[in-house]
Design a protein around this ligand. Structure first.
Ligand SMILES: [Zn+2]
Length: 293
């Protein structure tokens, strides 16, 4: 329940938010919108399921930053495709909102960051994923952080393509880069867009950027159903793996931008100046060009 307490004497219930959305929409200090009126969230009281807000007029909105961890529970099917191991199955997804970005209206300029401390949320769902053995990545002449950028760019591109192939909403599927053991994960850093950290789940809150090295794990890109139990997307994506990678390759190659843009691998601010180049190099490593007539 979202309660407007602008007028101290007369608190008014202005909206209801479902439990899952509450973590990202009405965390402490979020800007919450109802009928084009902005509200600042003074306090999210999870125990009583109430968010206390007050009317404000600011020139920014907030975007929650979430850390996602995926751990494989069961593998249903597996195949080798070029150099990648492709699988689908059941996974456990742990999500935690760790902070938010303040983003200016119209210019989308980033105005700052804030911390949020909320409990983790856990769900079981189905996922499609593929793993790139580290030895192949080592052969690419890029630094560890460039490879992480390239993987993030690839994840961005495949996430959007998957939604298109499935004719689903982008929010119906989620993605994450980690490894199958559930030990390592790649995150966007909290204080700069293109700094990334690899961390273990238990240490997710204290940032230990680049403490763990890329050559300690085989990066796995997960695309999973965003709903508990899954809604059947993952097997389809598993079957479409080759076609999807090929489409990604053509899309990135054909995009006229120089370093990445929202239409291909994501804005260069998020994936770094070499992100686009590395994404393409990784794709060439793990897919054969299909002959299209
Ligand atoms: Zn582009």
């Amino acid at each position: 329940m979202v309660i407007d307490s602008t007028d101290k004497g007369k608190p008014v219930v202005i909206a209801e938010v479902d439990w899952d959305s509450a973590f990202t929409a009405v965390h402490d200090d979020a800007i919450y919108m109802v009928e084009s009126q902005q509200y600042h969230v003074d306090k999210l009281d999870l125990e009583r399921k109430k968010a206390y807000v007050r009317k404000v007029d600011v020139d920014y909105y907030t975007d929650a930053m979430t850390y996602t961890h995926v751990r494989v529970i069961d593998e249903f099917q597996r195949k080798l495709s070029c150099r990648a191991i492709v699988e689908h199955g059941e996974v456990q997804v742990v999500r935690k909102v760790v902070g938010y970005k303040k983003i200016k209206f119209y210019t989308a300029e980033n105005l700052g960051y804030g911390d949020v401390n909320l409990p983790e949320k856990d769900m079981h769902t189905t996922s499609y994923w593929f793993t790139i053995p580290r030895r192949f990545l080592r052969d690419l002449q890029f630094t560890q952080s460039e490879i992480l950028d390239g993987l993030s760019g690839l994840a961005y591109c495949l996430h959007h393509l998957a939604a298109m192939i499935l004719m689903a909403d982008i929010r119906d599927i989620d993605c994450c880069i980690g490894d199958k053991s559930g030990e390592f994960f790649v995150h966007h850093g909290p204080n700069g867009q293109n700094t990334k950290a690899i961390s273990v789940p238990e240490k997710v809150v204290d940032e230990t950027p680049n403490k763990l090295r890329l050559d300690e794990f085989d990066p796995t890109l997960f695309l999973f159903d965003a709903y508990p139990g899954g809604i059947g997307f993952s097997q389809l994506l598993y079957e479409e793996h080759d076609r999807m990678l090929n489409a990604a390759r053509q899309l990135i190659r054909a995009c006229p931008c120089s370093h990445g843009c929202p239409s291909c691998v994501g804005p260069d601010l998020e994936i770094g100046l070499n992100g686009k180049k590395v994404s393409l190099a990784i794709l060439e490593l793990i897919s054969d060009e299909l002959q299209l007539h």
